[in-house]
Design a protein around this ligand. Structure first.
Ligand code: COA
Length: 220
């Protein structure tokens, strides 16, 4: 694993969204949580891209999404969600999420993504004893660039920004992953493994395994 001197980390701009969504959809193509949320296998690739475009646009006003570029091409991304997520009205959520998801990906995908959002939210709140928390999510590197330090740089940039926010607003930072292989990446960044839990269990679904990690608020 080598250093990647040509990698530049910067904030996401609106014009980066389609390319960044492609990186996310490729990196998460075999992720069991996203497969669970997008149960139509025949259209999953397109559905994932649509989901990630919507998710990136939703988070853009917060200015807490990063991209990694190599020779100007987007090869990775990460997002920090502050406590409470994106401030929005019910009407904005309906317009942004419900209507286009039901129209283009179907009602089952909408119900599954909403259910997963609730289930992960409950789990994170339980992990931090109901406290407010920051959430690192949608960390992804294009499959052809993985294992060369890009993800570590993205996580470091995200946590640098997080540290500045935490100075005014101390809170734990949480994340989850569906790949045990990712644990060392986050352990090196100060996260501790807190639990290994099966999510999405339903009568006809065995669900999928998720590892939950927390980086405790540091006393100042
Ligand atoms: C997880 C991910 C963002 C890491 O980015 P990366 O650039 O590959 O990671 P780095 O090279 O900076 O760091 C290597 C660490 O990443 C993890 N890793 C995950 N997948 C890896 C892969 N395909 N190749 C190498 N390392 C990988 C390991 O923890 C590794 O640590 P180790 O070398 O001690 O085993 C990237 O592999 C990815 O996009 N994976 C698919 C999507 C995903 O799982 N995202 C994370 C959601 S929580």
């Amino acid at each position: 694993m080598g250093d990647s001197p040509e990698i530049v980390i910067r904030k996401l701009a609106a014009g980066d969204i389609p390319a960044t969504a492609r990186v996310l959809a490729d990196a998460f193509a075999d992720n069991p949580a996203y497969a669970w949320m997008h149960p139509r296998a025949s259209t999953r690739e397109r559905d994932l891209r649509a989901f990630f475009e919507r998710n990136l646009r939703w988070h853009l006003p917060l200015d807490l999404t990063w991209v990694a570029t190599r020779d100007g091409e987007i090869v990775g991304t990460s997002t920090l969600e502050p406590p409470g997520g994106v401030p929005s009205s019910t009407r904005a959520a309906v317009t942004h999420w419900l209507v286009p998801t039901v129209r283009h990906q179907g009602v089952r995908t909408f119900l599954r993504t909403a259910a997963a959002g609730r289930e992960f939210g409950e789990r994170y709140r339980a992990l931090v004893g109901g406290a407010r928390y920051y959430h690192v999510h949608a960390v992804a590197v294009a499959p052809s660039c993985q294992g060369r330090g890009v993800g570590s740089k993205l996580v470091a940039a995200t946590l640098d920004a997080c540290e500045r926010l935490l100075a005014r607003d101390p809170a734990p930072v949480v994340l989850s992953t569906q790949r045990e292989r990712n644990l060392p990446l986050y352990q090196r960044a100060g996260f501790a493994l807190r639990e290994d839990h099966r999510m999405g269990v339903r009568r006809r679904s065995p669900g999928y395994r998720s590892w939950f990690m927390v980086r405790e608020a540091r006393p100042r």
